[in-house]
Write a protein that binds this ligand. Sequence first.
Ligand code: 13P
Ligand code: SF4
Length: 322
Amino acid sequence: MNCMENCSATQDNEHLKNEILRLKKEKNAVILAHYYVDGAIQDIADYVGDSLALAQKAAADCASADIIVMCGVNFMGETVKVLCPDKKVLVPDNTAGCSLADSCPPDDFARFKVEHPGYTVISYVNTSVEVKALSDVLVTSGNARKVVDSFPVDAKLIFGPDRNLGGYINSVTGRDMLLWDGACHVHERFSVENIARLKAEHPDAPVLVHPECKRPVALMADKVGSTAVLLKYALESDATEFIVATESGILHQMRKDAPHKTFIPVPPSDSSCGCNDCAYMKLNTLQKLRDCLLNEKPEVSVAADLAEKALVPINRMLELSK
Ligand code: 13P
Ligand code: SF4
């Protein structure tokens, strides 16, 4: 981009931001954003957080806002709609799916449940609303251990759909939960080799890893946790450099909150340079956010019977997270 183009792109962004702020006020809307969306959206959102915090915030904002815009992926929009059925819930792009949610088709999961009678079903929020409706309780990466620990040690538990998060929770709790064989294509792209290379270059930098990563990668971590947990660790640590193995959007918040520290993204295993982006999260743009506020669509809809069933495990999770 040359200087003139750069200047006009900045002006366009400023114009979009002003319009978003005007429409938000006019329509009494609240904008929620996940840490993985583009930094410009995180900066304009009313609230930025991990999956747990966003669900908690949605539940809290139900009463005050007329419109809730969820900048993230579809399962997050569905969770907000289930929590706030009477509100208009919008998403900037309703094609923003999730490979992890896709790795757990509801019919297959229902069969798996039938094949294992007597098991309690714990599901990660990164699932379709249909899978949520088949679950006894939900978890996020921020509260999975707490929720699992609320069950007796000898409880028969199914954990879906993320085999990596489930395997990690099994390892830290000494449990043997039955795992659904699903994964996030973004986090599975991190490799031991790339982390080892960065660690050799930055020996004092703690390694921060999201639990959706494969076990050998998680074993290299100084801290394993949800995006919010990794952010908190980075802010509180005395270290000045960090090696970060999660989706690259979190770097925006880390650099903003700790400008004097250095955050080094681990490149995906199939590329020696570049960040590991979730293409679904990056479908959220300022332009689409402005358009969705202006046109009040795409709107998230969830069938009432499904929402009623999915609300039970969501509320159980929120209750256990207090
Ligand atoms: P958290 O922000 O809850 O760690 O979730 C990570 C994720 O993959 C969301 O899609
Ligand atoms: Fe889904 Fe992975 Fe993208 Fe999160 S990062 S939305 S789990 S594909």
